[in-house]
Ligand binder design. Sequence first.
Ligand SMILES: C[S@@+](CC[C@H](N)C(=O)[O-])C[C@H]1O[C@@H](n2cnc3c(N)ncnc32)[C@H](O)[C@@H]1O
Length: 261
Amino acid sequence: MPNADHEYRLYGDLADWWPLISPPREYAEEAAYLTGVLSSRSPVCVNEVLDLGSGGGHVAMHLKDKFMLTLVDISDDMLAVSRRLNPECRHLRGDMRTIRLARTFDAVLVHDAIDYITTQDDLARVIATAFNHCRPGGTALFVPDYVKDGFRELAGSGGGGTDGTGRHATFRERTWDPDPTDDWVRADYEFILRQADGSVEVIRESHRLGAFSRDVWQRLLTSAGFVPGTGSAGSVPGADPAGRALPGRPPANMFLVHRPP
Ligand SMILES: C[S@@+](CC[C@H](N)C(=O)[O-])C[C@H]1O[C@@H](n2cnc3c(N)ncnc32)[C@H](O)[C@@H]1O
């Protein structure tokens, strides 16, 4: 299992398969929810959004009609995939722990890429990046797939996309916790990649994914200077402040915070 997040083959030489392994349409419902949250739960009107760890731009493609997006990822291969899908968005190569763009945005989104942060020091660095790029009164949204509290082993499968050339991909996964005393879990993936000529390659890769406790999240967010919004304890709001149901599907976990005005 590589130590550096960006060394995973999935985001390197396999990046071209990303739209088939994790098809963009699967992000639509959650992106609709995030759009609803950003539009209704921000103290300031959200127009410009920084997406840290934007990957293949599958979330972005569902947000770009509503917001002006700047997309940052550490992987040139994933940025290339996203540029094809989202040519109208600004793309930048950078590490969410260290990038500094010398400007702020109305909101900063760190979606599932936050999973690749596996130490508290690095989580603090990402939160500092978000704070640094969040305008006063702006919003930051962190959407980790896993938190330590109540983590349960998961086995599943997915993918199933086919592209114009006839390539097809599916995957199986098992996510489990080798050591509940630390801050990460392990996802064992099996990618089944079928080329247009029918030949099949099976690639196995294990990823280390962060699973921090809610207490750790809250402590680090507060230390960075953020103040909680609804959902900051990981409880995901189902309605806007007026009590109207939010659209789409809420993520499993979400930390919603604001930079003080
Ligand atoms: C699961 S993918 C994100 C998929 C994305 N949500 C989408 O809509 O396509 C995780 C991404 O995190 C990126 N990543 C991992 N560590 C990173 C870091 N330190 N800084 C920036 N990007 C990172 C990887 O290169 C990969 O593209």
